[in-house]
Design a protein around this ligand. Structure first.
Ligand SMILES: [Fe+2]
Length: 304
């Protein structure tokens, strides 16, 4: 049940992060940024996790896998199984990286926490997914402001085993460099938000969740599929790029793809002309509808 005033999402996803190119130490981000390399990669220091942290991972995993089995896209569940993701301890990144690399050529890189968008894009372009090393505290099991290792690892890494999605995300990273030069990262970030963190996909037995933001949340996954509150709209790249989003509540609109090829193909077109077309267009509110929308469900929006 939605509880107004509290953030129902376990972890705020990477908003591709919106941070300045050089991290400002006064931002107060969690994580130890002192020992990282220039590309923000650090050591995971797996031996440093406590027994209590491994136990918290076990609790988080046990809860989320039940949710995922009911609501997640087949590709996510297949990814969980292919990666042999540990259920009872924080994963060792190198172990999973080796399995992931054999499947799609991606690797995981350890980072202290949120990283600037230019570094984030560069890692993706090199088929490296940045995963935060620290785990939330027990009192944050349901609510967390910054992404932690559970959000990044459980939420994002399984889908990197899906070859087409993996290629899509690399192309996203490449497009990030261009967006920085063009000053259009805000539009690109909305694509990440809606189609990586909160994406839905049509499956053989109905709409399923594949986004990391919902699948690492105990409650938003069910909301995204079952609730009559949000709009569910057919994916349209330019439409997503001009849609505002909520970081303080469940999403008011979700976009639905038919398959990952649809995402990948949308990413293959030149973005500069799309940015130019959208320049000066109004931003669509998170709860808004426009005449060109292909609406799968009109949300009641009474919780907004
Ligand atoms: Fe994320």
């Amino acid at each position: 049940m939605f509880s107004p005033g509290s953030h129902p999402n376990i972890a705020l996803p990477h908003p591709t992060t919106g941070l300045p190119a050089a991290l400002d130490p006064t931002l107060g981000l969690r994580g130890d940024y002192r020992r990282m390399r220039a590309d923000y990669v650090t050591e995971q220091d797996w031996e440093g996790y406590t027994g209590a942290e491994h136990d918290l991972w076990r609790q988080l995993y046990a809860r989320q896998v039940v949710v995922a089995k009911r609501y997640a896209a087949d590709a996510f569940l297949t990814g969980l199984s292919r990666l042999q993701m540990p259920q009872d301890r924080v994963p060792r990144f190198d172990e999973t990286s080796d399995r992931l690399q054999a499947l799609t050529g991606w690797r995981i890189v350890a980072v202290p926490g949120l990283i600037p968008e230019d570094a984030f894009f560069l890692h993706l372009a090199k088929r490296q997914f940045p995963v935060t090393v620290w785990l939330r505290r027990p009192d944050e099991i349901d609510y967390l402001v910054e992404p932690d290792v559970f959000h990044d690892f459980f939420g994002h890494v399984p889908l990197l085993t899906q070859p087409v999605f993996a290629d899509y995300l690399q192309e996203y990273g490449r497009k990030g460099q261009e967006a920085i030069q063009l000053g259009t990262t805000r539009m690109l970030t909305r694509l990440f938000w809606y189609m990586v963190e909160f994406g839905l996909i049509r499956g053989s037995d109905g709409i399923k969740a594949y986004g990391a933001g919902m699948l690492s949340s105990a409650t938003e996954t069910a909301f995204s599929i079952d609730s009559r509150q949000p709009h569910r709209l057919k994916f349209n790249l330019a439409r997503v790029m001009r849609t505002d989003y909520r970081i303080d509540s469940f999403q008011q609109s979700y976009f639905v793809i038919d398959n990952f090829t649809e995402l990948f193909e949308a990413m293959q077109q030149p973005f500069a002309p799309i940015y130019a077309d959208l320049h000066g267009e109004d931003i669509i509110p998170a709860s808004g509808l426009i005449s060109s929308d292909v609406v799968l469900q009109v949300g009641q929006q009474t919780l907004a």
